[in-house]
Design a protein around this ligand. Structure first.
Ligand SMILES: [Zn+2]
Ligand SMILES: [Zn+2]
Length: 257
């Protein structure tokens, strides 16, 4: 399991969370106990990082959950049974779990799930038209994956807090200085927006950032083609990645919806 792909997944999940991750149950306990002031402080801190703040928050949430879950799955019989009953996670979160687990941890986590699948598959009809649907339904989807559902709840709660912070000048100033939202989370914020004034602010800021990124991309291409790499600014250097994040969100959250 220690393949390049697995290491890449680990790098994506860890890099997305930076150095601020708390591990395992300690992180979740502290997160749940966080006061309103702590949450606002976290939000302001999220706005100072590169990338979409909602994407970054959800990646951190998933990382903390998966770190705790891989530990329990390697050692706790009821957790292993519940995991088998749920038929595991969706493909994306299966690989993200693997990225934070060891081969030994996976060898302890998965036997009950695989045995359950073996029993279920043995019970299916062998008529192709009757078996195809039930076999496909064994693959966890965003609707049936526990991590996807957790992230959906967290996204709703976080976007509600985010919208509240935009009601005041401090929140708006912090947002103006941030990298802004990806399109997907811009849509989530607009849904949660309490008033046309907040929606107008969000759309205006997004339009300004998209224009600015387009200009940075043009300048980057112009200078690179002219062999003037030394003249490329930091903003222009980051523009290709910034454009992709704005359009598609962070790659660690790419689940079909
Ligand atoms: Zn996002
Ligand atoms: Zn999932």
């Amino acid at each position: 399991m220690d393949s390049l792909e697995t290491r890449d997944q680990a790098a994506v999940v860890r890099e997305a969370g930076g150095q601020t991750f708390l591990s395992g149950s300690k992180a979740q306990t502290e997160a749940k106990a966080g006061s309103h002031a702590d949450q606002q402080s976290d939000l302001l801190s999220d706005l100072q990082k590169s990338g979409c703040p909602v994407c970054n928050h959800l990646i951190k949430t998933a990382f903390e959950f998966l770190c705790e879950r891989q530990y329990k799955l390697s050692d706790d019989d009821p957790t292993q049974r519940a995991f088998a009953d749920q038929l595991g996670f969706c493909p994306l979160h299966t690989w993200q779990l693997a990225a934070v687990a060891s081969p030994l941890g996976l060898s302890l986590a998965y036997p009950k799930l695989l045995e359950r699948l073996s029993t279920i598959l043995s019970s299916f009809s062998v008529e192709p038209s009757e078996a195809a649907g039930p076999v496909a339904a064994l693959v966890r989807s965003p609707e049936s994956c526990q991590v996807c559902r957790l992230l959906e709840c967290e996204e709703r709660a976080y976007t509600a807090r985010f919208c509240q912070s935009l009601a005041g000048p401090a929140g708006r100033d912090a947002y103006r200085r941030s990298c802004g939202l990806c399109l997907r989370h811009l849509a989530s914020l607009v849904v949660a927006s309490p008033a046309a004034e907040v929606t107008g602010f969000l759309l205006g800021e997004a339009a300004r950032r998209f224009d600015q990124t387009a200009q940075d991309l043009r300048n980057y291409a112009l200078k690179r083609r002219a062999g003037r790499r030394v003249l490329v600014t930091c903003d222009e250097d980051e523009a290709p990645l910034r454009a992709l994040v704005c359009l598609a969100g962070h790659k660690a959250l790419c689940v079909p919806r």
